[in-house]
Design a binder for this molecule. Structure first.
Ligand code: FEO
Ligand code: CA
Ligand code: CA
Length: 675
């Protein structure tokens, strides 16, 4: 049999990731366009002599542990204490060829759809009827392309009730709508298939799967016309004012929501990522260029219906400034106003994950997911107060914003772009958090605080941070206190005129991505210095890829490519979901467990594989219930209405279609449960 790579038409290339459809709709073909970060800010190849004092943070302080281990709303401390040393018991599955349209789980487990695109969320929601979709129906049904996911047990302590939060990143008209539907209706439905969802869940008992309770009083859709209140120093600034919102204090809708996080106080944060895809603009200013805003028609064409999506229309020049923020939602209060926090800066936010420092400050870690963009963190001015959600919901409104600079400790000649491990046996070094805003003042010459926050990329360029390989999820581990950064890939690293390899991004034409492990000095998440090392350099060792698994034998791991979202089980093992593995190693995307401690540190084990063209998002591990949850995004992405690539999750056959049952793929939240 020929080696797998020879059999795969897409394999071996490094044009970016994923299908042309995903590239067009999700990222506005960012890979084919000019690199947004053309700043003269060089990369920091390595400075020998940096300290190599990576401490073991095992047995981290109680404050470190109270972070976000917890998936219920009550006291984080109580929940962290209750979290035992749990994980899921499974034997790794084999990787699955990228054309296979199946959801594969380990022996002894089964999978169950929790909620699918179009499922009713309210007592009066219509049943999903793909041939006869309407805007009114979509506004009362689960949205499309679920990315970030969280499931918290009910605050009342009823173990058979929970609250689900999901966001809806983008849409794909070609497989969602009958071809004869008029284009304006498609666009209108698509707009409301974006946004966010809160839905109450019920189950019969702990061994039964969760399902949506349409009578849940917290059920809520956040739609294209939902209002969000700006908080922080840029709220009300000239940069956020439009004809429709002359006060600059509110925005309508949220777009391109990718990943997110559960805050220690039980709310959800979500990142507005590829917001530029929704706008047509002059595309001439430095800021527009830095954020990828161009004069081309938008990928979605909404400017044909709503003037605000063409920022050259009089009075709408700032509309695109009102996206690219971190959003916060209180799922427990259905009347609450969702927030957009300007203190956390505006960029292509993958998401945010928040921990509480030993000093009591809320610290948010955030990636800007674009080739050669940066890693950021926010440290709140105020301190966390246990049990006081109203106060804690103000913490993200005021504080310091930093951007990261990584310095390697191996000689430059040893970081040759091949992925080969340097002579000291590790990709590692030290780092600094460079202040953009501190104590309420701008630290960037010539820019006000509002300008720094709204145009955070331009501000950061001036400080010389490290150009990264697309930071996706960045998440503190509640058990060991360290922070994990998924760098998904960067096919342009090392190309002519672009930053070359550095020790924190050590591969040129980085097709498979890597994972960085950060140890804040003194386990002080509010501090400004850190140590770091690469936990994984991803790929498939069996196909000859240069990989690194923290010294674990490469012939004993599951191949992994394009790490994206991360979470932890209650024992502190890292779980990684992937987006782009088909284009990297030729397998469907999956969910993987990575052991972090002991002799098996670096062992990667594949837990599940998703259907054709799909990516795995929002992993949530409830090991006490022997359950894992994933958001299966864009199944069958490369199909058309008449020739679908996937029939997940219902897998209806021709007979069913004759009975009127849809045979189209539906993005779905799935629970994997031990039998
Ligand atoms: Fe939407 Fe960064 O992936
Ligand atoms: Ca080194
Ligand atoms: Ca992502």
């Amino acid at each position: 049999m020929a080696p797998l790579r020879e059999l795969l038409p897409m394999a071996g290339h490094v044009r970016g990731k994923r299908s042309p459809v995903t590239c067009a709709l999700k990222c506005d073909n960012a890979c084919t366009k000019a690199i947004c970060n053309t700043s003269g800010n060089g990369y920091f190849r390595d400075i020998v002599g940096a300290q190599l004092s990576r401490r073991s943070l095992l047995g981290a302080s109680a404050a470190g542990a109270l972070a976000i281990a917890v998936t219920t709303a009550p006291s984080p401390t109580a929940r962290a204490a209750a979290a035992a040393t749990g994980t899921l018991d499974f034997t790794a599955i084999d990787p699955v060829h990228y054309e296979v349209d199946e959801f594969v789980v380990p022996s002894g487990y089964s999978w169950h759809p929790v909620v699918r695109w179009g499922d009713p969320l309210f007592p009066d929601s219509p049943k999903f009827d793909p041939e006869n979709q309407t805007v009114d129906a979509q506004r009362r049904q689960f949205g499309y392309n679920n990315d970030f996911l969280q499931i918290q047990l009910d605050e009342t302590g009823d173990e058979n009730r929970a609250v689900l939060f999901a966001n809806h990143e983008y849409t794909n008209d070609a497989i969602m709508f009958p071809e004869d539907m008029d284009e304006a209706t498609k666009r209108a439905i698509s707009r409301d298939a974006h946004g966010l969802t809160v839905a109450e869940l019920v189950r019969a008992d702990r061994s039964s799967p969760w399902r949506v309770d349409v009578n849940g009083r917290r059920n809520r859709r956040f739609l294209i016309d939902t209002e969000y209140a700006f908080t922080g120093p840029a709220a009300g600034s000239d940069l956020l004012r439009t004809k429709e919102y002359p006060q600059g204090d509110r925005a309508q809708g949220t777009l391109g929501n990718c990943s997110g996080g559960l805050t220690p106080w039980g709310t959800l944060v979500s990142g507005e990522e590829n917001f530029n895809s929704y706008f047509t603009a002059a595309g001439t200013s430095a800021a527009e260029k830095r954020y990828g805003l161009t004069s081309e028609p938008s990928a979605y064409g909404w400017e044909e219906d709503l003037p605000r999506f063409d920022t050259t229309n009089p009075g709408f020049g700032n509309e695109a400034n009102r996206f690219g923020w971190i959003v916060e939602v209180d799922p427990w209060d259905p009347e609450s106003t969702p927030l957009k926090h300007t203190s956390l800066g505006r960029f292509k936010h993958e998401g945010a994950n928040i921990t509480i420092s030993t000093s009591g400050h809320a610290v948010a870690y955030m990636g800007d997911d674009e080739k050669f963009d940066y890693l950021y963190k926010f440290v709140s001015k105020g301190k966390y107060r246990e049990g006081d959600r109203a106060h804690n919901m103000t913490l993200l409104s005021e504080g310091d914003l930093y951007v990261a600079k990584f310095t390697g400790n191996s000689p430059a000649a040893e970081i040759d772009g091949s992925g080969g491990v340097p002579a000291d046996g590790a990709f590692d070094g030290s780092g600094q958090w460079l202040p953009l805003v501190k104590n309420g003042r701008s630290r960037v010459a010539g820019m006000s605080v509002a300008e720094v926050l709204v145009n955070a990329r331009l501000a950061a360029d001036k400080l010389g941070p490290t150009k990264m390989d697309r930071c996706e999820d960045v998440e503190p581990n509640p058990v060991n206190g360290r922070v994990y950064v998924a760098c998904t890939n960067n096919s342009d690293r090392g190309k002519s005129g672009r930053a070359g390899a550095d020790e924190a991004n050590p591969r040129t034409e980085n097709r498979d991505g890597h994972v960085i492990e950060i140890s804040e000095r003194g386990n002080n998440h509010a501090g400004t210095t850190f140590d770091w090392n690469l936990l994984l350099v991803c790929g498939d060792p069996r196909q000859g890829d240069a990989t690194y698994f923290s010294g674990f034998p490469a012939d004993q791991v599951s191949p992994i490519s394009c790490p994206d979202n991360v979470t932890f089980d209650s024992a502190g093992n890292l779980w990684i979901s992937t987006d782009g593995a088909p284009d990297g190693i030729g397998y469907c995307d999956g969910l993987f467990r990575v052991t972090l401690e002991g002799r098996s540190r670096g062992r990667v084990e594949q837990f599940l594989s998703v259907p054709r063209d799909a990516e795995v998002c929002g992993p949530v591990i409830h090991d006490a219930d022997s359950s894992a949850f994933v958001a299966v995004q864009h199944p069958g992405e490369d199909g058309t209405w008449t020739e679908q690539n996937s029939r997940f999750p219902d897998y209806v056959d021709a007979t069913d279609v004759e009975k009127g049952v849809a045979a189209l793929p539906r993005p779905t939240v799935v629970q994997v449960l031990r039998d």
